[in-house]
Design a protein around this ligand. Structure first.
Ligand code: PLP
Ligand code: COI
Length: 355
């Protein structure tokens, strides 16, 4: 594996920062971007030329294969600042690993860990002042790669760009989340690309999600493409249900994104002695549990979503509401995980990485 040092990353700084224009007390999710971005090229079979430049438009050929065949992948991460201004990442090597799993599925070149980690750390140090400190906010990190090589032949490109942009962000969902259990459309299929973080997986969700939004829901809960009988995941997060005192989430598969927050929740649950099952969750059992009151909680887990309690779900023209519970699992997991992320508690799992 090639290695790079910080000296190998060329840095062109902005002439004047935009930071004074940002209202850090009212940050939306992913809509303002820091001063700089990282760009790195893949040509002639090798990664080269990592550079940090002012955030701004890039130039691409109209025949770049990203526009025609959608070779694109991304990751979602966050950087957190504690009250001494130290910066932390959460399980970043897991994101790098998943990035390469996505790359391989989309016939794109893998990225050496050094390019990912060193590039990210250098960029974060440069734009450190942009990392928000207020509760519920963090620096959302978007590493991504796309086919910049040209050609209309439907085959993998010969050139790619890897980039990282930073967006100081508030919460992904403004309030409580209502979801719709989907029976017509599918997000992914056996043998497909559901487990890869590739752009098309998200574009394909926009239409059904817009339909759900027009009915008052925030996200779609995807069911299996075969019979639409089992709960898979939501558009931007993995799903957990609590029936009685048992925490349940579906198994990962080639249809589902193997979420880092999901596996962290499972580890925290184990350390708390919470009874946990990783198994197929049927829509029928969730509806029955909602009717008889044993469905205590439902929540989503993801980097952007953190732990998002679900206030209710729609299924076949009926809405089911969930009442707030005392000693909520969602609240417990959110506290345990964010306390580690923001360096407010010891990290017995070894997840926190100081930048
Ligand atoms: N599922 C989907 C489709 C996602 O986009 C995300 C977000 O990255 C997740 C689940 C949660 O994954 P993670 O916890 O690694 O952010
Ligand atoms: C993330 O949680 O990082 C994601 O990638 C979800 C995205 C749709 C915002």
């Amino acid at each position: 594996m090639e290695s790079i040092t910080k000296n190998a990353i060329s840095i062109e700084k902005v002439q004047s920062s935009k930071i004074a224009l940002v209202d850090f007390d009212n940050l939306a999710f992913g809509s303002v971007f820091s001063d700089h971005m990282l760009v790195c090229d893949y040509r002639n079979g090798a990664w080269e030329n990592p550079k940090i430049v002012p955030y701004g438009p890039i130039s691409l050929a109209p025949a770049a294969k990203i526009f025609h065949y959608g070779q694109s992948i991304f990751e979602g991460m966050k950087a957190y600042k504690d009250d001494t201004d130290s910066i932390f990442l959460f399980r970043p090597k897991d994101n790098h690993k998943r990035f390469n799993i996505s790359a391989s599925r989309m016939s794109m070149p893998e990225l050496p860990e050094e390019y990912f980690m060193e590039g990210l750390k250098t960029l974060l140090e440069l734009d450190k002042a942009w990392i928000p400190q207020s509760e519920g906010s963090a620096m959302y990190i978007r590493p991504f790669m796309f086919a910049s090589g040209e050609g209309f032949h439907a085959s993998p490109a010969d050139a790619y760009k890897f980039m990282i942009c930073l967006a100081p962000s508030g919460p992904y969902f403004a309030g409580k989340v209502k979801v719709l259990i989907e029976e017509k459309y599918s997000r992914s299929a056996n043998g497909g690309v559901g487990y890869a973080k590739t752009g098309g997986n998200y574009a394909g969700q926009f239409h059904p999600t817009q339909l759900a939004k027009s009915k008052g829901y925030h996200q779609v809960i995807w069911t299996d493409d075969h019979k639409h009988e089992n709960i898979e995941e939501a558009g931007a997060m993995n799903i957990f249900v609590r029936i009685g005192d048992t925490l349940i989430t579906g198994p990962t598969s080639d249809r589902i994104l193997d979420g880092i927050t999901r596996k962290s929740v499972l580890e925290v649950a184990e350390s708390e002695g919470i009874k946990t099952e990783v198994r197929t969750i049927t829509v029928t059992e969730v509806v029955a549990a909602a009717k008889d009151g044993s469905l205590k909680e439902m929540f989503g887990a993801g980097t952007a979503a953190v732990i998002s309690p679900i206030a209710g779900f729609g299924y076949r023209d009926t809405d089911y509401e969930l009442q707030e519970v005392e000693n909520s699992y969602a609240a417990l997991f959110k506290k345990r995980i964010t306390d580690i992320q923001y360096n407010r508690a010891k990290d017995p799992f070894g997840w926190r990485v100081e930048v």
